[in-house]
Design a protein around this ligand. Structure first.
Ligand code: SAH
Length: 275
């Protein structure tokens, strides 16, 4: 398709903030492919899969800006500096981020910085893992008989102080209230704080029998899905080593997986001693 090869899609000296989707290259947008084909330099996150980086033509500048939870990583201001420098060198710059750049992706901060510096930019949204991930697990995040709203929540809200130190704010979230308001909660970056989140949802009145799905490496060939309950999800996740990256879906929509599961993901069955 020749229209995907369009150098004019991204002007020299401009930046595209591009969502790569959750992993499956089929979930890239045509805009993302056009931007990747046109880019001189791509600054990409650790969660972006090699199959997606393969859309970048050989010989282009590739810069890893890994920002994985808990690992040493380039600070946000370093990443913004890099984008500004590359654009000022007259390059066509793609900032490639997992999922959607504006959903827990800090794309807003990068857009603000580019706007402030007067650097032209465009935003190419991507499919977010909190919606596409459950879909690949056979779970619609809304279903008419279950919910008329859905909450997308980070389990790891952080603020950066001027020295780049991370300060957790997760305990300030009113989990009890969120659990009462939203029939379905979709959690990003929640594995580390799952004990806190689950216990506070329970103390807010959610039933321990509420179904919960944990979906790892969603939309990729190594997708693993574990179904548990709010009362058991912490021990089950530990027993089954459901490490990040994972999306947690809480609510009755999880039950639809039994009938709607279509993707050949690995079913992780928590051990039930005595059964
Ligand atoms: N902007 C991204 C989210 C970045 S935050 C988006 O819109 O999807 C990083 C978190 O996203 C991870 O901790 C995990 O909770 C989730 N995530 C991203 N890709 C994922 C995947 N393929 N499978 C499961 N979770 C994923």
């Amino acid at each position: 398709m020749n229209e995907l090869e369009d150098p004019a899609y991204l002007a020299p000296g401009a930046v595209a903030l591009v969502g790569a989707g959750p992993g499956d290259p089929d979930l890239l947008t045509l805009g993302a492919v056009k931007a990747l084909r046109a880019a001189d330099a791509v600054v990409y996150d650790a969660l972006v899969s090699p199959e997606i980086l393969a859309f970048i033509p050989p010989g282009r500048e590739l810069i890893a800006a890994g920002k994985r939870g808990g690992r040493p990583s380039a600070s946000q201001s370093d990443i913004c500096d890099t984008l500004v420098e590359l654009a000022r060198e007259g390059k066509r710059v793609v900032r490639l981020k997992g999922g959607d750049p504006f959903v827990f992706g800090r794309g807003g901060e990068e857009a603000l910085r580019l706007a402030q510096e007067g650097i032209p930019f465009r935003v190419i949204p991507g499919l977010t893992s909190g919606i596409a991930g459950p879909a690949y697990a056979g779970i619609p995040v809304t279903h008419r008989e279950v919910n008329a709203n859905v909450a997308l929540i980070t389990g790891q809200e952080r603020a950066e102080d001027p020295e780049g130190e991370h300060l957790p704010h997760i305990t300030r979230v009113d989990w009890e209230e969120l659990g009462r308001i939203f029939p379905v909660l979709v959690l990003y970056m929640a594995m580390r704080n799952l004990h806190l989140v689950a216990s506070r949802l329970l103390s807010g009145g959610r039933s321990p029998e509420t179904p919960v799905a944990v979906i790892r490496w969603a939309t990729t060939p190594r997708q693993e899905t574990m179904v548990s309950t709010l009362g058991r999800v912490v021990e089950d996740s530990a027993a089954c080593k459901m490490d990040p990256p994972a999306i947690v879906v809480i609510g009755e929509v999880v039950n639809l997986r039994k009938k709607i599961k279509w993707f050949n993901d690995r079913e992780i069955i928590p051990p039930r001693p005595g059964e």
